[in-house]
Ligand binder design. Structure first.
Ligand code: UDP
Length: 311
């Protein structure tokens, strides 16, 4: 099989490339490298079944080799990144999704869209099931990502209904692991960087907001299963273990053996107050659930950050 992965040089994209190669696929990774990093692909580049294409998928792309699968993972995905690249974020979610769907259609390939828990916005239902329609501010600063992904889901379902394309939609909740960018601005890289350097830990708001963190290999396993499932509606993938951001800060401080103080900064606009996936659908459909607990996952991730920081 040959699999195209847009955003292949990104955090999740590069783990997907690795997994699909390990499953014996040929892999074509496409990335424009605005938030992706070629270093993430260093371990794969000598593999003869791997090819990298430097390209912005918001512009049309022709792939000559026959494709069996198209996975659309290109997009800035950290709030700091999509605030810096709001128009690129909107374009890759809309035009990029259209182009990726077009490629899948031309090849008669399976398609999988990387959607997000951000489609639920600042949720009024908790935990979030796939049936919840969400609470998104379309004109707020986070709206560029949320609405782009909501449009992308809509476009994907239209291709499924009109062209009978074999499509899949994964709603990804907060994911972490090696190859996250140290400076991507998300909570885990920030806290780990600060803890390891003895700098103050920046908790936004009072830290009572919650998130649920999934280790990247668990997510990748779920995505692999979903791609081959006979199911087209969205599926949540995430780890239901929910924690407040303040508790998360203490866990990371303890793990790092750090003496950093905690400082409180203003809460960003429209920052969701709670987030926890209901994964009943993934359990029933895919027989999937996360295996790596925060203890183990945070330790592996911290080893990676220590290496990057030369510690
Ligand atoms: N956050 C924080 N300090 C930081 C970075 C983020 O307290 O240095 C908070 C942020 O306000 C949010 C949560 O951590 O409530 C998760 O933020 P992140 O940017 O990782 O992703 P989100 O889940 O909001 O998309």
């Amino acid at each position: 099989m040959r699999t195209l992965i847009t955003g292949g040089a990104g955090f999740i994209g590069s783990h997907l490339c690795e997994r699909f190669l390990a499953e014996g696929h040929e892999v074509v990774a496409v990335d424009n490298l605005i938030t992706g990093n070629l270093e993430n692909l260093d371990p794969l580049r000598s593999n003869p079944r791997f090819r990298f294409v430097g390209h912005d998928i918001s512009n049309p792309l022709k792939i000559r080799e026959k494709l069996d699968n198209v996975l659309h993972f290109a997009s800035p995905a950290s709030p700091v990144d999509y605030l810096e690249f709001p128009i690129q974020t909107l374009k890759v979610g809309s035009l990029g999704t259209h182009n990726a769907l077009g490629i899948a259609k031309a090849h008669g390939a399976r398609f999988l869209l990387a959607s997000t828990s951000e489609v639920y916005g600042d949720p009024l239902e908790h935990p979030q099931t796939e049936r919840y329609w969400g609470n998104v501010n379309p004109v707020g600063v986070r709206g560029v990502y949320d609405e782009a992904k909501r449009f992308a889901e809509s476009m994907t379902m239209a291709y499924h209904r009109v062209h009978q394309l074999n499509t899949h939609i994964v709603r990804i909740f907060n994911t972490y692991g090696p190859r996250m960018r140290l400076n991507d601005g998300r909570v885990l890289p920030n806290f780990m960087y600060q803890a390891l350097r003895g700098e103050p830990i920046t908790v936004y708001g009072d830290g009572s907001q919650t998130r649920s963190f999934c280790y990247v290999t668990d997510l990748v396993e779920g995505i692999y299963r979903l791609l081959f499932a006979d199911f087209h509606d969205p599926v949540n993938l995430g780890n239901p273990a929910e924690i407040t951001i303040l508790e998360f800060a203490s866990e990371i401080l303890k793990l790092a053996g750090s003496i950093s103080a905690v400082t409180f900064k203003p809460l960003p606009e429209d920052d969701p107050k709670v987030r926890q996936p209901d994964i009943t659908r993934a359990r029933q459909l895919l027989g999937w659930e996360p295996k790596v607990g925060r203890d183990e996952g945070l330790r592996r991730t911290m080893d990676f950050f220590k290496l990057r920081l030369g510690k």
